[in-house]
Design a protein around this ligand. Structure first.
Ligand code: CIR
Length: 261
């Protein structure tokens, strides 16, 4: 529930997928084509830092037929010992859900599949036993309600909110960085539900990209190149800066390249 101390950022394991050469065909609102070599560098760095944060990594094979498949956060959600297979809206992404199910279900006690509507992990913010689901161009009401019912049956509470227009995913511009602290962009800071229930650290206009940071145990992974975010966050957090320029070309950030638990 909002305000309850939580352990949402305490992890021991992460599922990560090796980058695919077809990444240049990934979905991009800016119609940009990232370079596979540069993505490889970012990815290597990402893996190193996640390992340094104390996590054991389960590395999945790359999927050439699925250009966006390194973004494993979108087709699945982990809650306690459960894996929930989601339903990405884009045709090129929905196939990833079936594949990841067969690859990772052995690591979890129970497997559930969202069967109605569309829903992507980028639209789901977990705070202890509470989830915020953001409706977006990728996550519709029917998908959000289907997941909400499932999570309720597992003992979690859910709030469904509207992601501000023009933001790809709810978490593109926010992240849980402490027990009840959410790092938010200027646009996300205006959401009533967030304002009324959490302490928000608001980043200035122009630093939206830094709002998709990733708290893992005692470290906070922050996209590099955001001066104000760095200044504010260094005061309290053990930050590690990671260059995400190449994945930003395909609208991705730090959280989407792993599933953690
Ligand atoms: C997409 O449009 O689906 C990918 N190019 C980016 C997905 C980023 N996912 C995320 O932030 N959870």
């Amino acid at each position: 529930m909002p305000g309850t101390p939580n352990m949402t950022y305490k992890f021991t394991k992460a599922i990560i997928r090796k980058p695919n050469k077809s990444i240049h065909k990934a979905l991009s609102s800016q119609h940009l084509n990232p370079s596979y070599e540069k993505i490889l560098d970012i990815h290597k760095n990402y893996i190193n830092y996640i390992e340094e944060s104390g996590l054991k990594i389960i590395l999945l094979d790359s999927l050439e037929d699925y250009p966006d498949s390194i973004f494993v956060e979108d087709p699945a959600l982990i809650y306690k010992n459960n894996i929930i297979i989601l339903n990405p809206s884009d045709l090129t992404r929905s196939g990833e859900a079936k594949i990841i199910n067969s690859e990772i279900n052995k690591y979890f006690e129970n497997v559930f599949v969202v069967k109605h509507g569309t829903i992507e992990g980028g639209d789901i913010l977990n705070i202890n036993n509470h989830f915020i689901i953001g409706l977006s161009n990728r996550t519709n009401k029917s998908g959000a309600e289907a997941l909400s019912n499932l999570l309720n049956s597992l003992g979690a509470t859910v709030e469904i909110c509207q992601t501000p227009k023009d933001i790809l995913h709810f978490k593109s511009e926010c992240s849980l960085i402490d027990d009840d602290v959410i790092l938010v962009s200027n646009r996300m800071a205006k959401l009533d539900y967030l304002k009324s229930n959490y302490k928000l650290i608001e980043l200035p206009i122009g630093e939206e990209g830094a709002a998709n940071s990733l708290r893992i145990n005692d470290k906070l992974l922050v996209p590099d190149g955001f001066i104000k975010a760095e200044e504010v966050l260094t005061r309290k957090y053990n930050i590690i800066k990671i260059n995400v320029n190449e994945i930003a070309k395909v609208d991705a950030g730090l959280s989407c390249m792993s599933l953690r638990w």
